[in-house]
Design a protein around this ligand. Structure first.
Ligand SMILES: Cc1cc2nc3c(=O)[nH]c(=O)nc-3n(C[C@H](O)[C@H](O)[C@H](O)COP(=O)(O)OP(=O)(O)OC[C@H]3O[C@@H](n4cnc5c(N)ncnc54)[C@H](O)[C@@H]3O)c2cc1C
Length: 320
């Protein structure tokens, strides 16, 4: 069976969930071979093996932390040369997409970005993408070279499938460009204790209807009852009620959670562009004609200041 390379996103050996989702998808098209780089790479092996990696190729060098993406591209290119895979899968983060694009260029392959699903096809893997502000769903296949595909977080449910996960050292020679852009400083972001917006399984968002920075406490309380991330519309962000890092939409972040709850958000096309691929969409809006109701699975016509606290209380009660 053909091998499929999966680029591992990890923090000091702790594998992030989108990588485990990639392993689930990789198993549909071949045998997953994981590529883990940098500090703690070997510590990823147990989690990767548990989720189907037959092999884990590892390499550690200070270049991975000290410079931007090129050392990682060099390593992935070395892995492609060593394995001759049927495809290379990379998480669809900003960094992942840059790595994937550079790799595809290096190896003369086609690339598909932001896939939301993946299946085996007669002539290679077929990716599903949601395009033009999510108004079309397309099926796409790379027609040249080894397909390089980035997949959005939450595109597949993580499934355990124990495999050997044999750790092998990857031989990497860094290119002249590897040390072109040095990281000169790092400032850790203050943790909110909530999941990362683009990776969260549940996102609770607030818009202009929240009517003030202080009222976002209501949105945060609902998010915390569900273990969710908090998002915001551009109107709420532009008003200074919530940080830009939490903006969902065309000029903000693109999210694809299992559950998206929009509160006081009208559903403008630019907002939809960032959340329309969410699996289940719920909206609370006092205007029954709001366009958001055209795409919801469940809609509540009501005042969010009545509805949201009641919902939070009910969830907390049921959690016991
Ligand atoms: C180039 C460009 C890029 C853009 N990028 C983005 C983007 O990335 N993300 C984004 O979100 N927008 C983006 N926008 C802006 C977008 O067009 C909308 O203006 C914005 O999404 C509106 O935000 P909103 O839904 O919060 O506000 P509004 O459209 O004002 O809607 C507020 C909603 O809240 C409801 N409401 C009010 N009070 C309550 C209450 N008490 N209870 C319940 N409901 C209530 C109202 O009925 C209304 O439907 C972009 C625009 C442009 C031109």
């Amino acid at each position: 069976m053909a091998e499929v390379l999966v680029y591992v996103d990890h923090v000091d050996g702790a594998v992030r969930k989108p990588t485990l989702e990639l392993l689930t998808l990789a198993r549909r098209i071949g045998e997953p071979v994981a590529v883990a780089l940098g500090s703690g790479a070997e510590n990823t092996a147990a989690a990767l093996a548990e989720h189907g990696a037959v092999k884990v190729l590892t390499h550690d060098a200070s270049e991975y932390a000290d410079y931007l993406v090129v050392p990682k591209v060099d390593a992935l290119q070395a892995a492609v040369a060593a394995v001759s895979p049927a495809a290379v899968l990379v998480p669809s983060s900003a960094e992942g997409k840059e790595i994937a694009a550079r790799l595809a260029l290096r190896i003369g392959s086609g690339i598909i970005t932001d896939a939301v699903d993946l299946e085996a096809g007669d002539e290679g893997p077929v990716a599903t993408q949601s395009v033009f502000a999510a108004s079309f769903t397309t099926k796409t296949r790379v027609s040249k070279g080894t397909p390089v595909i980035t997949v959005k977080p939450n595109s597949a449910a993580v499934e355990a499938a124990p495999a050997a996960g044999a750790v092998e050292a990857l031989a990497v020679t860094f290119s002249a460009q590897a040390t072109g852009t040095k990281v000169t400083g790092r400032t850790p972001r203050e943790s909110t204790g909530r999941p990362e917006l683009t990776e969260a399984a549940i996102v609770v968002s607030g818009g202009r209807g929240v009517n003030g920075a202080e009222n976002f406490a209501i949105i945060e309380a609902l998010a915390d009852s569900l273990g969710a991330a908090v998002g915001a519309s551009r109107a709420a962000v532009d008003a200074g009620w919530y940080p830009h890092t939490n903006q969902v939409g065309q000029t903000g972040k693109s999210v694809s959670p299992q559950l998206y709850i929009a509160n006081g958000i009208s559903g403008a096309i630019q907002h939809r562009a960032g959340m329309q691929t969410s699996k289940t969409i719920v909206a609370v809006n006092k205007d029954a004609e709001a366009p958001i109701f055209d795409l919801v699975d469940y809609g509540v016509v009501g005042d969010l200041f009545d509805v949201v606290p009641q919902l939070t209380e009910e969830i907390n009660t049921r959690k016991g």
